[in-house]
Each structure stands twice: as C-alpha cells, then as structure tokens.
Design a protein around this ligand. Structure first.
Ligand SMILES: Cc1ncc(COP(=O)(O)O)c(C=O)c1O
Length: 477
C-alpha cells in the first residue's frame, strides 16, 4: 500500500465487504465444505518476491479463504459453544489493530491497563462477583485455569516450587467427570501429572456429587496425597450442568484446597439476576473465569479471569528483568505480571465498545432471548415424538437424541444419530455438534448466536426433521 489515500480506499473496500458479508451471511454454507488440502493447494508454495496489489489480496481472500471458512457468526451456527461477536466489537478490534500497541506494562499504554481494570470492575458488578476479587483479561479460559492451578500449586507449597522445583509432593486436583479437558491439560502442564487429576462422579443432571468429592479427598489423604485444588464448573461443555458451588466451597475450605470456578460459557448468564443462585458460596472461591468471547458478543479472544488474592497471583507470575523495570513498578497494574505471557493485546477496548453499545439491558435482552429459544427448541423437538432430551435445558443449549427406530438398540441409535448429525451439517444450512451423555451419542444445539431468531430455530427444526426422514429412509433401503 503506497500511502494514506491508498490505505483509505482499501480500508473502505474491506469495511464494505464486511457489511455485505453480514448482510448476506445466511447465504454461506455454515460449515465449510472443503476437503483437506483444498485451500493449501491453491496457495503459492513460495512467498512473493515483489509486493502485490491489495486488490489482488482481497480477491484471493474472497475466492480462496472464504470457501474454507466455517461461518461462526451465521445464525445457523448451532455447534459447540458460540464464539459470538457484534459490530461494536468488530470495530473495537479494528482500532486495536490500528493502534498496534503491545500492552505488557502500564507504561507501554496506560490507557490499556486502566481500561482493562475498569472493564473487569464493570464485569464484576454485572455478574455479582465479590468486591474483593481482582480481574484480568486472559486469552482463553484454558490459560486462566492453568494460571489458577499454578497459583494453587505455589500458594500451597509456600511459593517454593517456582524456585526449587518439586520435592516429592504428590498433589491431587479434583473436578467432575464432565469438566472441560482444559483442566486436565493444566494439571499436566503444571507438573502435577494427569494421573493426579481425580474425576468425581456426577448425578443425573451431570453435576458433581459433593459427597463423592469429600470421599475422594479423604481417601487421598489416607494414601498420603496432598489435596491441592478443586475445579467447580458452572455450565459444563457437554450439557451445561452446574456443579453445586456452595457445597463444594465448604469441602474446599475444610481441606484447605484452592477453589477455581470454570464458568467459561455460562458465566455470562450471571448478568441475569435469575441466575445468581449459581454463585452462592463464591466468597470462598479463589479464582473464577468466564469468557465474554463466548456469550457476551465480544470477539475471540477475551476471557475474564478473577482472583481473590492478587498477591498470590503476582507472587506466582511476577518476574521483572532490568529491561522491564519502570518508574511506576508496584504503583500500577502491569498486567504481564498477572499471567503467563509478557506481550499483551489491547483486548479491553472491544469489551468497552460492547458493554457501552448494548448496555446491561441490551445484553440481558439478548441472553434471555437465547435461553427462551433453547426452551422453544426443546419443546418442539420432543413434541415430534422422535427425540428425547438428554439433559436439563439450563441455558442456551439443548442436548437431544433421536430415539424412534422400532426396536433399535443403543449402538444402532448411536449410529443413526451420528448419521443424522452429518446429514444435517452437510445441508450447509445449519451446523450442530455432538457429545456423549451416559455413554449415548447426543446431539447438541446451542442457541446463542448473536443474531439468532425464532425463525432460525424453526428452520433448524425443519432441517432436522427432514434429515430424520432421509436417514430412516436410507436405513430401510
Ligand atoms: C466449560 C469450559 N471450560 C473451558 C473451555 C475452554 O475455553 P477456551 O477456548 O477459552 O480455552 C470451554 C470451551 O468450550 C468450556 O466449555
């Protein structure tokens, strides 16, 4: 790009493309239909020697890249959990990119550090977290959970393992068998060993059974292990189960364990007063994470991590070599001391844009609509008589399974459900994902896409019903 006027022209082309994209997003196949290497094979195998014209780049973006994208912002995207965005957030990201600031220390961009502190305070108020919690933006919930387990490890070892390495401690970490794999990853990376992650049984609603937790801790103590941390999940990945925090917090306190709360998806629901029951007992928690990049309309990545003790967090991560010393050290928040990475993106800007543009009322309205759409889907799908619900509908997720095929056994139904999923997804119109609950293949539909409407849900119901006819017909042939 030659100069500012050239940049302006290209920027306007990009913005126009974005506007058109969102205007017609429902015409793209939600799930990319390309085959492995389709994109790779269209790319030149060597970089260009001379700079190329931006118009050519934009054309290749449209022709090569776009067909290889899954359109997460399409209201027909019902898979996984959302990574939803919104226009204010997109514009915030553009400005963050334009500023190109690396916000590792307060001094390297005071506004970034101070806006981050205020945004975390706003989120704290909006979600009803305790006043004495301190927040920091992490890239993902996985990183936040790793930070929690490392801080727990240091805190329990008197901050010695950071210096001396392990000296024979056999720590144990506890979570339910429905907790996210990021817990196991964190335990592995923190040097505790995956075999020291104890997965606790869940009840009929897939929530951790506190009595089983206490039993496991007592048994471990008997065998000479040191209980280190328990991770409670509010909104499990498979079915959005909510672990009973209050009872878990009592056990954590009794055995002096770190209590981390993973509310990656469902934490956003805490902006609704009717969901505050989930955090009864939070005053005894040590750390809490939820992802505005999942269900609060803020572009990936933006994960809000809160800790009760800022000092323990800093003591675990802070390291200030000569070249990073500043005159404000200790006086301000240098967020690179609050986690793993040194370099930091200016993520608070997009969050600020989102919170101000929607306002609390606007956000609450969206979330309540999404939850009501999940309930609507659940009612309608069960009315067909072909499906059963596999878990309670707690938020914006429905877990369901096709069950109507004469005397089909479990394996046969598993196979039919899997075929149904592929048939539905291959339509290109909607995209669902799956899990296993009680060992049974289960379809998942999440209704939290930013602009999803009742019409989109009705369309999903139609597509699923048509696919049932398709697979049962294939099956009979
Ligand atoms: C309960 C839960 N925890 C953690 C994660 C991981 O989130 P992230 O991608 O931010 O690391 C997920 C992802 O869906 C999740 O559902």
């Amino acid at each position: 790009m030659k100069d500012i006027s050239d940049f302006k022209q290209n920027a306007s082309d990009v913005i126009n493309w974005i506007a058109e994209y969102y205007g017609h997003i429902e015409t793209y196949p939600v799930k990319s239909v390309v085959k492995p290497r389709d994109i790779f094979n269209q790319l030149p195998s060597t970089p260009p020697q001379q700079g190329e014209d931006f118009k050519l780049l934009l054309e290749d973006f449209k022709n090569i890249i776009i067909p290889g994208m899954t359109h997460w912002q399409n209201p027909g995207f019902f898979a996984y959990f959302p990574a939803n965005t919104s226009f204010p957030s997109v514009l915030g990201e553009i400005l963050t990119a334009a500023l190109g600031a690396q916000c590792m220390k307060w001094e390297t961009s005071p506004a970034a550090a101070e806006l981050e502190e205020m945004m975390m305070n706003w989120l704290k108020q909006m979600t009803g977290l305790p006043h004495n919690f301190h927040g920091v933006i992490q890239d993902t919930a996985s990183t936040a959970t790793l930070c929690a387990i490392l801080t727990a490890r240091e805190s329990l070892s008197g901050f010695k393992i950071n210096n001396n390495g392990f000296s024979g401690q056999q720590f144990r970490v506890y979570c339910s068998e429905e907790a996210h794999s990021s817990v196991e990853k964190a335990v592995k990376i923190a040097g505790i060993g995956s075999s020291n992650l104890v997965k606790i049984k869940t009840d009929a609603a897939f929530a951790l059974i506190p009595e089983e937790l206490e039993k496991a801790v007592l048994k471990d103590i008997d065998h000479g292990y040191a209980p280190l941390c328990v991770v409670a999940v509010l909104g499990t990945t498979g079915s959005t189960a909510v672990d009973p925090l209050e009872q878990i917090s009592v056990i954590a306190k009794k055995f002096n364990m770190w209590l981390h709360i993973d509310a990656a998806y469902a934490g956003s629901a805490l902006i609704l007063p009717e969901y505050r029951w989930m955090i009864k007992g939070i005053e005894n928690a040590d750390s809490f994470v939820f992802n505005p990049h999942k269900w609060l309309f803020t572009n990936f990545d933006c994960s809000a991590y809160f800790v009760q003790s800022r000092e323990k967090l800093l003591q675990t991560f802070r390291l200030v070599p000569e070249y990073l010393k500043t005159r404000t050290d200790g006086e301000v928040n240098d967020y690179s001391d609050w986690g793993i990475q040194l370099g930091r993106r200016f993520r608070a800007l997009k969050l600020w844009f989102v919170l101000r543009s929607f306002g609390i009322n606007g956000l609450q309205e969206k979330l309540r609509l999404h939850i009501s759409l999940a309930r609507f889907f659940a009612d309608e799908i069960t009315k067909t008589g072909n499906f059963k619900l596999m878990a309670p509908v707690n938020f914006g997720l429905v877990c369901f399974r096709y069950v109507r095929e004469g005397s089909a056994g479990k394996e046969e139904l598993d196979e039919l459900n899997e075929r149904l999923l592929h048939k539905v997804n291959d339509s290109g119109k909607i995209y669902l994902s799956h899990t296993r609950l009680n060992g049974e293949y289960t379809l998942r539909i999440q209704t939290n896409q930013t602009n999803v409407t009742a019409e989109n849900i009705k369309e999903a119901l139609r597509i699923i019903q048509d696919a049932v006819t398709g697979i049962t017909h294939d099956h009979a042939c």
